[in-house]
Design a protein. Structure first.
Length: 335
């Protein structure tokens, strides 16, 4: 009997199954049914291996896997979870593709925080810091963060860390002053986050105005955004409880464009309370996303911009859903 239990437990552990299956096995043992132990273990192990095979696509030599993070919302702007692969369709230049990778896992992310410390932030920086702390506290416990602070200069004030305390202590030492090099800061933030250890990567921009001091142009930033696989979220705090100026309206349109290209989103809170809520919402959104992967089947030229469209066909009984995903990718020909 003991030999049977040890052998069955060993089989399950080698199969990589979780604790619940081991507990069921123990109950079978307690009820005196050793004859079914191996059958149970082999069945669970086989199902575990099939599940893993569905999650991890087979490597195809000479092909380039395209991964698309997807956010699904209901009519009340609430996150929709629990959908399966068959509920999604993905199109590359209007050609339907086979979804070979699907995940809804709440996995950790590498996140770059690009924080405006220009002189115009002087009256808003305390509230922005407080709201950022809520973002850090709501994020996945294993997320890693770095912080770029910028005015007319851009500086990495904190390299990758999982410590919210370390991040906040560094930001507390910076006094707002100078002009705004937003494009430079966003450009360097995207390049830096690519060094992160997690597969999923995002940049959060917190700024209160239009760029007026960058060396990089908006066109250069936009091209980097399109070629990167980094989701970008932005918060424009142009004037809490104030009316936006024409320059701030231009800054708003720029933040909306670069975020929508990546499947992210730009927010423009009107009050300090909304600022707190928005940062919490971004943290939750990053934890409630699907990941879809496909190997492009239609021919493309090197460097060609390929437009992506994701559709969701919800199960019966659900209302019409809204999908947000990155707009496209640059084609890389098979090697």
């Amino acid at each position: 009997m003991r030999h049977t239990l040890r052998a069955a437990l060993g089989f399950l552990l080698r199969s990589g199954v979780g604790v619940p299956s081991l507990l069921i096995l123990w109950l079978l043992m307690a009820m005196g049914t050793p004859a079914g132990l191996f059958a149970f273990a082999q069945d669970v192990g086989a199902r575990s291996q099939r599940t893993s095979a569905e999650q991890v696509p087979a490597v195809r030599l000479g092909a380039n896997l395209v991964i698309v993070p997807v956010t699904v919302m209901d009519p009340y702007d609430r996150f929709v979870t629990g959908l399966r692969k068959e509920h999604f369709e993905i199109y590359d230049e209007k050609v339907k593709q086979e979804i070979v990778f699907f995940s809804e896992e709440d996995a950790p992310i590498s996140i770059g925080i690009v924080f405006d410390v220009s002189g115009s932030m002087r009256e808003k920086i305390t509230r922005a810091r407080t709201a950022l702390r809520r973002f850090l506290d709501t994020s996945h416990p294993d997320d890693e963060f770095f912080v770029i602070a910028f005015n007319h200069e851009v500086q990495l004030v904190q390299d990758f860390t999982t410590s919210a305390e370390t991040i906040m202590s560094k930001l507390m030492l910076i006094a707002p002053e100078g002009r705004t090099a937003l494009y430079d800061a966003a450009y360097l933030g995207i390049e830096k986050v690519r060094q992160g250890k997690h597969a999923r990567k995002a940049v959060l921009i917190i700024s209160d105005g239009q760029d007026n001091s960058s060396r990089y142009t908006y066109g250069q930033l936009r091209e980097l955004v399109k070629e990167s696989e980094v989701q970008i979220y932005a918060i424009g705090i142009f004037g809490l409880n104030e009316r936006a100026t024409s320059n701030e309206a231009l800054g708003r349109s720029i933040l909306e464009e670069i975020t929508s290209l990546t499947g992210g989103r730009a927010f423009f809170p009107d009050t300090p309370v909304e600022l707190d809520d928005v940062l919490t919402r971004i943290a939750l959104e990053l934890r409630h996303q699907y990941s879809l992967g496909f190997y492009p089947t239609n021919a493309s030229r090197e460097g060609e911009w390929r437009r992506i469209r994701v559709r969701v066909n919800p199960p019966r009984g659900l209302p019409r859903l809204t999908v947000r995903a990155r707009e496209g990718y640059y084609a890389i020909p098979p090697q």
